[in-house]
Design a protein around this ligand. Structure first.
Ligand code: SF4
Length: 316
């Protein structure tokens, strides 16, 4: 009847723990974790202590699983990790090589990537990624703040300007057909109203398709937990609301700009006989009228309306 909690501490050089895929969305998109842990030390983050150093799943094992998924009918996969661009640093390979290998698996038609650290995307990596036609041009680039002074205190390793340059490079490499999503923390210790305003203006200028806004959360054992200038929960909630409202307006404007354009949609769920929900390559949620089609099929559709939640589209 005794409760035992016995957790082995992480050690340098430990190997990736093989796990089968994490979850499925319907039977169309599978999430595969290919990397774990992180070698960085952002001031607010417990992950390096909780998950240990960066380590990668072997390319062979990932390809094996992708082959099985493709055989089971999955067309889209999301490669994910705690610090995904670190993939392969411990095994002598790199993330782009893994993407290229995934694209060679017959039946895998769409590849998406989990969260990316902007400073780890070199010009060469971006150019090679742009050459993989199966890679959806939708990038979740971790930002955390659009104010360089706040980024410094967070111990992030890029400036807001450097971040913006990576976005520009990705956009250019994909011929202007790319979308970006991100995470932002508001109310980090010492974040002044001016710094928050700078972050908000930066976020709006990047034209993210989606922004996940989080209030700073004080985690015991992290340096930031003891930083001076902790904000109240009410101050943080107010900033979350202001930033999320502004970011959602940008999302609506971007979605409306896309009306009239065409993109492919992976039909995920049948809502009625001929109406399906799914996502475009740019990760815009859509409801597609596709008579005679079936879930799991990829169709080309034209976006016709935006209702604030998802776009309406018609198969061409
Ligand atoms: S925020 Fe991301 S990059 Fe920074 S320490 Fe945590 S997992 Fe690593």
């Amino acid at each position: 009847g005794e409760r035992v909690v016995d957790i082995r501490a992480h050690e340098k050089g430990e190997r990736f723990e093989e796990l089968p895929m994490e979850n499925f969305e319907g039977h169309t998109r599978a999430f595969i974790k290919v990397q774990d842990g992180c070698d960085r030390r952002c001031a607010y983050c417990v992950i390096p202590r909780a998950r240990g150093a960066s380590r990668s799943r072997s390319e062979e094992s990932v390809v094996q699983e992708l082959t099985a998924l493709a055989a089971a009918g999955y067309k889209e996969v999301v490669l994910s990790g705690i610090n995904l661009p670190s993939y392969g640093k411990d095994t002598g390979t790199d993330l782009v090589s893994l993407i290229e290998a995934a694209a060679r698996v017959e039946g895998i038609e769409r590849i998406r990537l989990g969260s990316l650290e902007p400073d780890l995307l070199s010009d060469e990596a971006i150019a090679r990624m742009a050459a993989v036609k199966e890679l959806c041009p939708q990038f979740h680039l971790s930002l955390q703040s659009g104010c360089t002074a706040t980024l410094r205190r967070m111990r992030r390793v890029y400036t807001a300007e450097e971040y913006a340059r990576v976005v520009e490079k990705l956009r250019a490499a994909f011929g202007g057909f790319a979308s970006f999503t991100t995470d932002v923390i508001v109310g980090f210790p010492g974040e002044t109203e001016d710094e928050f305003a700078e972050s908000l203006a930066f976020v709006c200028a990047q034209k993210f398709l989606k922004v996940h806004v989080f209030p700073y959360s004080r985690r015991a054992g992290t340096p930031a937990a003891d930083f001076p200038g902790q904000l109240t929960e009410a101050q943080k909630a107010d900033r979350v609301h202001r930033l999320q409202t502004a970011a959602d307006e940008v999302r609506g404007a971007l979605a409306r700009e896309m009306l009239g354009t065409e993109d492919t949609v992976l039909l995920e769920k049948a809502v009625s006989g001929s109406l399906f929900t799914g996502y475009t390559r740019l990760y815009l949620p859509v409801a597609v009228k596709a008579p005679g089609a079936a879930a799991g099929q990829i169709v080309t559709a034209r976006l016709t309306e935006w209702d604030g939640e998802r776009a309406r589209a018609e198969v061409i």
